[in-house]
Design a protein around this ligand. Structure first.
Ligand SMILES: Nc1ncnc2c1ncn2[C@@H]1O[C@H](COP(=O)(O)OP(=O)(O)OP(=O)(O)O)[C@@H](O)[C@H]1O
Length: 465
């Protein structure tokens, strides 16, 4: 049976183009041109996945994900974003979107991510790794050599063999789930399941049933008994991502389970024993959440037997290059394509950029660059998103600078204007280049400039940044 997809985009042309492309690739597609129409359609059809634009006329991607999750907590969603929406897009992966794809769209990229999403039988949470996948585990992730990483893995090695609960702190995409899996793999529980659930995507009504299961008839729609994540993880490790999002009643049940090592399914009377190691992650400080009354202090102390802070990618700049090379190798294997490596300009841009989406964003940037680079070629700046190329780091001294000399200096303002104009020009050139698949001759024709001018402008821009 072909997979059935719902494409939601208020850009009718793009919706049709994508629909036709995916239809040719063997999918059944339906389209909707607004968020509300998409939601209505989703209710009536049995869709395997949704591809939606982040900006819809009547709502944004965050609202769309929330509403689709209310209908089906396991909905598989891929979000398309404009480049200025990358930061909110990073947010949507935390809310439960499988991934985001930046515009301009590269159809092969959509197809590749879509296949991954469907192959994984995406279920709104990460299922336990199959046993044979566990053997590949070591090669699947990069273990760095910087001081920050050495320190991180030293902590992992210390805590993994124990039964301690662990709190992982770190920005989105820093690898909290990867570290949770690593702890599990290196514990006595490694042959038992690792079950991950993102508490940020659980609706208030369904959280209890998802975590603890329910019995038939417990509430409207509970048509049969259902196992919750605690039962699935029995004997193994349960990873609760974005723990601070759990409501106070669920926090109270969680505390009781940790204390008594047993629980009941929603609506059930039978007590079920629970032998689960709990690892949680949060990108807000749980102690501060306790002080704000958002998180139970007694639960915090139970969970906080060991805390690990994952550094942001921008704080370990010496690992950007080896990580990019690691992702390049992985992407080439996946797409069965040979690429020679990165140009030094690309590494320089990677080094300047601040990577708000951390490792996930770097992996996505490399994957896109691989798709846009011809086989046997070298990855150049033209394959990067403008945001990465144009990013100008804020100098450390800006905030501490004396305001008087700042105000009286003329050149910073002039430079800024020059930069804005330069960026707009560069953006226009990039858009055309992408449209013509980086054929510079055609791009120059479309821009009505000669080829030499185009080369000079690209070079000049590289110099400015
Ligand atoms: N050490 C690593 N080597 C290679 N890839 C990694 C590593 N750590 C993380 N990644 C990749 O980065 C992406 C984000 O990782 P992960 O989901 O663990 O981050 P996270 O901090 O849990 O993110 P979020 O807070 O958004 O849930 C994943 O695609 C993962 O495969």
């Amino acid at each position: 049976m072909p997979n059935k997809l719902l494409i939601i985009d208020d850009d009718v042309d793009l919706c049709h183009l994508l629909s036709r492309y995916l239809f040719k690739k063997g999918y059944v597609t339906e389209t909707a041109f607004s968020g509300n129409k998409g939601i209505a359609k989703y209710k009536t059809g049995d869709f395997d996945a949704v591809i939606a634009d982040y900006r819809l006329g009547d709502m944004d991607g965050i609202q769309l994900i929330r509403e689709l999750k209310q209908i089906n907590s396991k909905v598989a969603i891929l979000i398309i974003t404009g480049y200025s929406d990358i930061r909110p897009a990073i947010e949507v992966t935390r809310l439960g979107a499988f991934d985001y794809i930046p515009k301009p769209l590269v159809p092969e990229e959509v197809l590749e991510i879509l296949k991954k999403m469907l192959n994984r039988e995406y279920s709104g949470e990460q299922a336990a790794l199959p046993q044979n996948e566990a053997i590949l585990f070591e090669q699947d992730y990069y273990i760095g050599t910087s001081d920050a990483t050495a320190d991180l893995y030293q902590q992992v090695n210390v805590v993994a063999p124990t039964n301690y609960s662990v709190v992982l702190y770190g920005e989105s995409g820093t690898g909290k789930e990867v570290i949770a899996r690593t702890i599990h793999q290196n514990s006595k529980r490694s042959k038992q399941p690792f079950v991950a659930i993102d508490c940020g995507t659980l609706s208030r009504e369904l959280a209890g049933s998802e975590l603890f299961g329910h019995v038939k008839g417990a509430f409207t729609g509970a048509l049969q008994d259902k196992e919750g994540h605690f039962e699935m993880a029995n004997g193994g490790t349960l990873f609760l991502d974005e723990i601070a999002n759990l409501s106070s009643d669920i926090q109270a049940i969680l505390l009781r389970i940790i204390q008594e090592r047993k629980f009941k399914r929603v609506g059930g009377n039978r007590e079920i024993g629970s032998d689960v190691r709990i690892i949680v992650a949060s990108n807000e400080n749980l102690k501060a959440a306790c002080q704000k009354g958002k998180f139970r202090e007694d639960l915090y102390h139970r969970l906080n037997e060991f805390a690990i802070h994952l550094p942001a990618l921008r704080d370990r700049p010496d690992e950007i290059r080896p990580l990019a090379t690691f992702f390049l190798k992985k992407c080439c294997e996946e797409s069965e394509k040979k690429i020679n490596g990165f140009s030094e300009h690309v590494f320089a841009a990677f080094q300047r950029y601040d990577w708000p989406g951390n490792l996930r964003e770097l992996r996505n940037a490399v994957r896109r660059a691989v798709l846009l680079t011809p086989p046997g070629g070298t990855i150049t700046e033209e394959t990067l998103l403008p945001e990465i190329i144009t990013h100008t780091p804020v100098p450390d001294n800006v905030l501490t600078q004396d305001p008087a000399p700042m105000a009286s200096a003329v050149s910073p303002t002039q430079d800024l204007l020059k930069d804005v104009a330069g960026r707009a020009e560069y953006q226009a050139i990039m858009n055309v280049l992408q449209r013509v698949n980086f054929n510079k001759k055609k791009a120059a024709e479309m821009l009505n400039i000669d080829r030499k001018t185009l080369y000079n402008k690209l070079k000049q821009f590289q110099g400015v940044n």
